[in-house]
Design a binder for this molecule. Structure first.
Ligand code: CO
Ligand code: CO
Ligand code: CO
Length: 348
């Protein structure tokens, strides 16, 4: 096996995306366990959020997260970049500044050349440099399948944590990257995506959410998350369910890859999209005019997706303009927070 012929996505058993354990299964695993209670644990396992937050002093808290998965693209350097950007994203989604990281690697040393691992780690390092993050260590195990990611630690002011849980009626919702990377990864794995699309999607997935996070810091942002494995509606549901508010999404305003829509129409949909729909679909009301393929895109599991930002209505247009000015071209207002229907997502 040589570097030239190996296709990393062909070494992955799950289709299109990292098959995450479903939240239901994870709940069953953790249910009844004696989880730590600590007044300085400001965000922990008790609430679904992007990262954990632990207060060190009155003006400093640590933000910690870990993400790793098998390749969704064939180029090892790009895979490293995407995995690192994806892991760093959870720090940005909390409003934090990433500082240090550790590699987490599973490598099939018997079937893959070590130069591939080197390229993956090089790609990750390039994103850490861009983010101003120092690599402090890591851990590698031998496994049947390549997996890579980072454990990241960042800083945040304890009073400035952006959780998922602070929607306010009237807020506008802004999304910063187009949806469809799960479907397109499935197409890449099936050999259906051409090079230009692969390059565009790779670039988007490898793009740090740092600029978006830095820009939103200067606006009245009430809640934020990043769109990853549970898809747009899955992550939105984490913001909406038990919030006492409702959300209306304008499907036509949600940025999506047109190619992904075409493949969705043909039924090329990763298993994760179905899982996301069955887990959160009960909280979503689709209008009669929302085509099935658009619904599928809204549940499509994303890798290193954009930020989903809830901002005060009067500042939403200015925030989008500021994001676009910085080159975040897909940024768009995709919906609004309403007083009702309580705890429901209406997609029109
Ligand atoms: Co996240
Ligand atoms: Co994550
Ligand atoms: Co957050």
């Amino acid at each position: 096996m040589t570097n030239e012929t190996i296709r990393l996505t062909q070494t992955v058993k799950g289709a299109g995306c990292a098959a995450k354990l479903s939240p239901g299964d994870l709940d069953r695993a953790l249910c009844g366990l004696d989880l730590p209670v600590d007044p300085d644990l400001l965000v922990g396992l008790g609430q679904a959020d992007d990262a954990g937050v632990y207060r060190v002093s009155d003006d400093l808290a640590l933000v910690q997260t870990l993400d790793f998965f098998p390749p969704m693209v064939d180029d090892p350097y790009s895979f490293g970049q995407i995995a690192a950007a994806n892991a760093l994203s959870d720090i940005y989604a909390m409003g934090g500044v990433p500082k240090t990281a550790m590699n987490i690697v599973a490598f099939p040393a018997k079937t893959m050349e070590i130069s591939i691992l080197r390229a993956v780690i090089e790609g990750g390092l390039s994103k850490m440099r861009e983010a101003g993050v120092v690599l402090v260590g890591g851990h590698t195990v031998e496994d049947s399948e390549l997996k890579y990611g980072l454990s990241v630690t960042g800083y945040i002011h304890p009073d400035r944590i952006l959780t998922k849980r602070n929607l306010q009626a009237g807020d506008r919702l802004i999304l910063t990257k187009p949806l469809g990377t799960g479907i397109i990864s499935t197409a890449i794995k099936a050999g259906l995506a051409d090079q230009s699309l692969t390059d565009r999607v790779t670039k988007s997935m490898a793009t740090l959410n740092r600029d978006a996070a830095m820009i939103m810091e200067t606006f009245s942002v009430h809640a934020c998350t990043d769109i990853t494995g549970f898809g747009f509606l899955g992550h939105l549901a984490e913001m909406v369910v038990d919030s006492g508010h409702g959300v209306r999404i304008s499907a036509a305003d949600v940025p999506m890859y047109p190619e992904a829509l075409e493949w969705a129409d043909m039924g090329l949909i990763p298993a994760g999209a179905y899982n996301n729909r069955s887990f959160r679909g009960a909280f979503v009301d689709f209008g009669a005019g929302v085509p099935r393929m658009v619904q599928d895109l809204l549940f499509d599991p994303q890798t290193s997706g954009g930020l989903l930002i809830a901002v005060a209505a009067g500042e939403a247009e200015r925030l989008v303009a500021a994001l676009k000015e910085k080159g975040i071209d897909s940024a768009a207002i995709v919906g609004e927070v309403l007083a009702e229907p309580v705890d429901r997502i209406v997609v029109e």
